[in-house]
Ligand binder design. Sequence first.
Ligand code: SF4
Length: 371
Amino acid sequence: MHLTYRDKMNNAVVLYDFYKKLQRIISKPRKIEAFWPSEASADYYERETETIRTIGKCQRAIFYSQHNVIPTTANGYLSIKRMKLGDLVEANEIHYGHLMSTKILSQIPLQIKYDNIVINGKIDEIVFDNLRSLYDLIEHKSGYGWNFEKDIIAGGTYKPEHAMQIGLYIYGGKFQNLLAPFGIEANQIGTSVILYTSRGNCENADDVIVDVEQVGITHQIKVYARRKIKKGKDNPIEIKDTVDHLINIENIFTKCKHIYDCSVKGVLPENDFAAEWNKTYLNSMLKRKKISDADKLNISSEKKIPWQCSYCQYHEMCIKNEYPKTLEEYQKEATVRMEDIKISYKDQYGIDLQDIDNVLPESKDAVSTTE
Ligand code: SF4
């Protein structure tokens, strides 16, 4: 069962392939002790506001994803295209790296272990510096828009989530010697850099250096940033070097362990960002009969809906504190779910999705945007 629509060139674009997702779940269920670096979360001390907030992926969203919950909403076609464009830009940057460097490794897999928890990741790039005889780790990130170009490309700032990701790789390489199979010992690891690329003007920024240091029995991700602050006509830019002790590696694993424990006990983990859902959003959910008055009363706030929830494919289950169903239950309600996705897509993007099984039985001429 596919949901699709015709693009401007009259190509059928498969937005959501329900059975493919089900087949994947049946053939390869996810392990509850295994995570991806992009699923990491941590308590982060924000120096500007002097507050601690959660960064990274919401614990409940990871739990739903691990339990193969069939999403109740589909990702927007544009956001899927942007994501794929980001992958292409990053692959292109790695390609340029290969042209310019004599010794470079890319997409290095590593498994970082902590008790029974495993984080499976891939380092984008490792470059050998002949002068220092050290290997530098590089994490590629791309973005677009005025804010990205102003704050990150021109301003020298960074997203702590990105530092968390490369921090995990540094920890794996330096403290678990995970790069030894690739001929890189822990003491040969040099600098680690987040290399940002703008998808708008193709400019790069490499002002953010990340390291991990042992502090007592813990390991902290440390970030050296060169923030460029505009100061007016005579002194247009002031460089402000900062060192942030941001994120504790053990804290990341504790959060993964908590999600694992919730699975073992059969309870839902916390919905990290739902406390900030706003009334407009809740009212629209109420109008579409997605929630009851009682649900709305449980979580009600005046604040703006956080971006994590606005992109989350599970919010209609999350708001009702629904526990993941069994695969059989999902199979039974497949049609209802597809209808939900159609309504949600129409609401959000004004596009009518069609069920195209009859039109394209094999979907051979269709462009797939999702799994
Ligand atoms: S809707 Fe928000 S709080 Fe709920 S699972 Fe998704 S990200 Fe977490």
